[in-house]
Design a protein around this ligand. Structure first.
Ligand code: 13P
Length: 287
């Protein structure tokens, strides 16, 4: 069933678990993740990220993903990840998305808040949830460019800005930066739990962690106890397909494309299930 993010995160808060938020740029990825959520009987967040538009046009795939979410046996939120322009956010809404991340964190605080407020006003009038981002999310390319020595604290969300951002915007959820990095699979990021405590105390809304692929499972589970109710994962699930495909290649026979798709989907389902098992804290959905 298709629900919005606010509904999912409220259930997660009450039942002490975190919803896994998977980026699903393609239909295969979407099918793999929905299978994982149904196998685990857990709610899930799926959806395109603006960055991956060329791999899965939102106007074409959005209505298909919305239909798949409606048919699912567990609650599913179809959420736009890192929408960085109003035009693209509107495309997601028209395509049937029930939630959008309005990411204007590249602008200064006041401008970020002003645009997110505009999105909230419109989205709430049609039952769509909005996630914002205060602070900045670094990515693995930035870490590499800095020779592995990037000071992640420079990107951290400031606790004093959270309350004001929520007051100004009325956003339903807020991504906070406290040590994670988008796309990290090798070096393990160190989460700053002291900082997360301050963020949790200052926040009046659901907190979201991005860049969770490289985070140690024990740290992921610990993070949930600090008020995070959505945890975004993509790299880990997506690259699990690469390993499975490589292991299936045999010199003596060709591998058909439909076989490759199936191998990839199975691997991504297993990987997504591992993540859901860590985050769901034993929670099982019941009607
Ligand atoms: P990873 O690819 O590092 O798991 O991050 C995903 C993410 O945060 C999407 O917004």
């Amino acid at each position: 069933m298709l629900v919005n993010l606010k509904t999912l995160l409220e259930d997660a808060r009450i039942n002490h678990y975190a919803v896994a938020g998977f980026t699903t740029p393609t239909i295969d990825t979407c099918e793999a993740v929905l299978q994982a959520a149904e196998d685990m009987n857990a709610p899930v967040v799926i959806g395109q990220a603006q960055l991956y538009e060329e791999f899965g046009p939102i106007e074409k795939f959005g209505p298909v993903m919305a239909h798949m979410a409606e048919q699912a046996k567990v609650p599913v939120c179809l959420h736009l990840d890192h929408g960085t322009s109003i035009d693209y956010i509107m495309k997601a809404i028209k395509a049937g998305y029930t939630s959008v991340m309005a990411d204007f964190s590249h602008l200064d605080f006041e401008e970020n808040a002003r645009i997110v407020k505009m999105c909230v006003t419109f989205c709430h009038s049609v039952g769509i949830s909005v996630e914002g981002l205060v602070g900045k999310m670094p990515n693995v390319a930035m870490v590499e460019q800095a020779g592995g020595d990037l000071d992640l604290k420079e990107f951290f969300t400031k606790p004093e800005e959270i309350g004001r951002f929520i007051e100004l915007t009325g956003a339903d959820a807020l991504t906070v930066s406290f040590g994670t990095v988008h796309g990290m699979t090798v070096a393990k990021p160190v989460l700053d739990f002291v900082h997360l405590t301050k963020l949790h105390q200052a926040a009046g809304c659901a907190l979201v962690m991005h860049g969770s692929s490289g985070v140690e499972p024990s740290q992921l589970q610990k993070a949930i106890t600090y008020g995070l109710t959505k945890v975004n994962v993509y790299t880990k699930v997506s690259t699990s397909a690469q390993d499975a495909i490589r292991d299936s290649i045999r010199p003596e026979r060709p591998l058909y494309y439909h076989e490759i798709e199936q191998i990839a989907k199975r691997a991504m389902t297993e990987s997504a299930k591992e993540t859901i098992a860590l985050l769901s804290n034993g929670y099982q959905f019941s009607d």
